[in-house]
Design a protein around this ligand. Structure first.
Ligand code: SAM
Ligand code: SF4
Length: 325
């Protein structure tokens, strides 16, 4: 069985949030104070998560990316990763992390052959990092980053570019790729900051590319059709860079994703409402076959694109940590 939607898109990629908590407070992701986080019993337990991964595996999910909140905030994450690794139907297991807590786990990750790590990094200096994340963790992140490069992790650095806040970080991040074989991706800011409002002015991927063009010649790279990033190479640089039109939403036609929040809400689009609560279904008495049917139907009805999904959504400005990262 392979999940598909009514537009013929194959859905084989799960973004799985293991916690809604985080030790940073990135301005574009959540307010500094006043966030309420789920209680333990509201979170899917590891056993429940594994059960759902198996069920989704039966429905054709073959790639999973753990996200959050910050995945390494959750106790015993290595146990969960080991159990996930036993699922041979998963061709790829990857993680999105802010790197503040990952360092003690690097060898375990390599042993499990988990090498694809996306890193949130919106500034390359201590003050800039503090202004965005509101925490003084740059030294730790920088140490982990360099160690992970040495150890051969496949790293993508994600920078959310915000007008007048960190536009000046674009060139230092690009320069970092001159000597280091990492990919830096510049994301458009999305309105998921938990404040009830989107940003008043979003810097578009076209504006980001124009800015880069004034400094460098670059050529396009071929990318997977389901990729959200348009990728480029600057001559003689060891790494590459990309732009992610996360607000312009130009990539929806090839979307292959499904999202599961740590509290069980399943979404077929980041911009849309949750369609099902898999935790509640799992904890109810409904037969598992019925539950699979409900998942298949929800996926079938995935919105055509993020604009259509947003139009149907009344809760537009939830924080990313509530949306399944
Ligand atoms: N804590 C981890 C991290 O930051 O890498 C994983 C969770 S975080 C919610 C996942 C990704 O969402 C990060 O790359 C972050 O930059 C991105 N993100 C969060 N809020 C965003 C927003 N409003 N617009 C664009 N990207 C956002
Ligand atoms: Fe935490 Fe990631 Fe959100 Fe930043 S983007 S506050 S690191 S969950």
């Amino acid at each position: 069985m392979q999940l598909k939607d009514k537009f013929g898109r194959t859905i084989n990629y799960l973004r799985l949030s293991v916690t809604d908590r985080c030790n940073l407070r990135c301005t574009y992701c959540m307010p500094e104070r006043g966030m309420t986080f789920a209680q333990r019993d509201q979170l899917l337990s590891y056993e429940e998560l594994l059960h759902l991964v198996d069920m989704l595996g039966d429905l054709g999910i073959s790639k999973v990316r753990l996200t959050g909140g910050e995945p390494f905030v959750r106790t015993d994450l290595p146990y969960f990763l080991k159990e996930l690794r036993k699922r041979t139907f998963l061709e790829q297991i990857s993680i999105t992390s802010n790197l503040t807590l990952i360092r003690p786990h690097l060898d375990e990750l390599l042993d499990l052959n988990i090498r694809d790590i996306n890193v949130s990094l919106d500034a390359l200096d201590r003050q800039g990092f503090f202004e965005i994340t509101r925490k003084d963790e740059f030294e730790e992140v920088s140490k982990s980053l360099r160690l992970m490069i040495e150890k051969g992790f496949n790293l993508k650095l994600n920078c959310v570019v915000m007008k007048c806040k960190n536009e000046d970080q674009i060139l230092p991040l690009l320069n970092f790729t001159k000597e280091h074989p990492v990919s830096v991706r510049f994301l458009e800011e999305m309105p998921f900051n938990g404040s009830g409002n989107g940003s008043s002015e979003v810097l578009s991927y076209k504006q980001i590319l124009s800015l880069i063009e004034t400094h460098y010649n670059y050529s396009p790279l071929v990318h997977e059709s389901s990729s959200t990033s348009q990728n480029y190479q600057i001559d003689d640089f060891k790494g590459t860079f990309g732009v992610i039109p996360s607000f312009s939403r130009t990539f929806c036609g090839n979307c292959n994703r499904l999202r599961l929040a740590a509290t069980g809400e399943m979404r077929t689009c980041l911009y849309g409402q949750d369609q099902l609560n898999l935790k509640e279904l799992l904890r109810s008495v409904i037969p598992k076959d019925q539950m699979k049917k409900e998942i298949i139907e929800a996926v079938m009805n995935k919105s055509e694109n993020g604009f259509a999904a947003s139009n149907e959504n009344e809760e537009k400005y939830l924080s990313m940590i509530k949306l399944g990262g």
